[in-house]
Ligand binder design. Structure first.
Ligand SMILES: NC(=O)c1ccc[n+]([C@@H]2O[C@H](COP(=O)([O-])OP(=O)(O)OC[C@H]3O[C@@H](n4cnc5c(N)ncnc54)[C@H](OP(=O)(O)O)[C@@H]3O)[C@@H](O)[C@H]2O)c1
Length: 245
């Protein structure tokens, strides 16, 4: 990976370039949102984000996971992308342990239905117990089933209030949250002004059509102005990091 901004550099270590997000001044966990888009703004190709990515993108995806205290994802993405448990290599695990972190971060899934594949490896083979973030309106039998394989956070009445969810994760000791989408979760986080850092991979593809964008939901009002603070490149993919001003 090479760095194009703020300083040209041929070889950069993404672990050093990205580092761990620091806590929000309010004390809540910092939220880092990681998304990918085609050059013309599509967040999905053939129903998934996977086809937009490549080796370099997958490597950075894993690196960001290795830096995270907890990962947050929408149930839609978990289902469509067939999420499994987090797996990290020995080097990343050792680094985390020496930083006083769990060897792998848990994944917190946001769901209103609380109807998830409880028998899937995502739950049965997770090294760090998953978290299910749901609302009070979720069917009680589903919540009970969730509690048998995951920690359950109830954050909201009819639906999850993402601000309360992030706060509850903070109360459990997580100092930062890596949000991996999808666009509906990303939109709600953005509208609630919870996104402190946007890591955007620009895939060298034009897809056209009527694809969704990386945010699909409520408007960000007023629009958030971001500051660009990092541009990396590998395999013609651009890796942009923006911070909320
Ligand atoms: N380009 C990218 O970087 C990127 C990243 C991730 C995903 N994707 C793509 O995006 C698509 C999936 O994203 P999506 O936006 O459709 O779904 P999503 O945001 O991943 O998940 C939506 C689901 O999350 C739950 N949910 C969302 N908001 C909620 C709230 N406030 N309270 C309670 N539950 C809530 C609901 O789950 P229940 O149905 O269980 O109630 C809802 O059906 C896939 O095609 C995936 O490949 C793209």
């Amino acid at each position: 990976m090479r760095c194009l901004y703020p300083k040209c550099q041929d070889q950069v270590d993404p672990v050093v370039a990205y580092g761990r997000p620091t806590c929000h001044p309010s004390g809540r966990p910092a939220v880092r949102l990681n998304m990918i888009s085609s050059v013309d703004g599509a967040a999905v190709l053939a129903g998934r984000s996977g086809p937009l990515g490549g080796v370099a993108d997958r490597n950075l995806f894993a690196t960001l996971r290795s830096l995270a205290s907890v990962i947050l994802v929408g149930a839609g993405t978990m289902r469509v992308e067939g999420y499994g448990p987090v797996r990290l290599g020995d080097v990343a695990r050792a680094r985390r342990l020496s930083d006083g972190m769990a060897p792998v971060p848990p994944i917190a899934v946001v769901t209103r239905s609380c109807d998830l594949p409880w028998e899937a490896p995502f739950f049965t083979e997770a090294e760090s117990r998953p978290v299910v973030v749901t609302a009070a309106a979720a069917p009680q039998e589903n919540v009970d089933r969730a509690a048998s394989v995951a920690d359950v956070i109830v954050a909201g009445d009819l639906q999850v209030d993402l601000s309360r969810a992030v706060e509850a994760l903070g109360q459990r000791g997580y100092s930062d949250v890596l949000a991996e989408g999808g666009p509906r979760i990303a939109a709600q986080l953005s509208a609630a002004l919870l996104v402190d850092e946007l890591c955007l991979t620009l895939s060298p593809m034009l897809t056209g059509g009527a694809a969704r964008r990386i945010l699909d939901g409520p408007a960000v009002s007023p629009p958030t102005t971001l500051g660009l603070d990092l541009v990396l490149e590998a395999d013609e993919y651009l890796f942009l990091r923006y911070r909320r001003r």
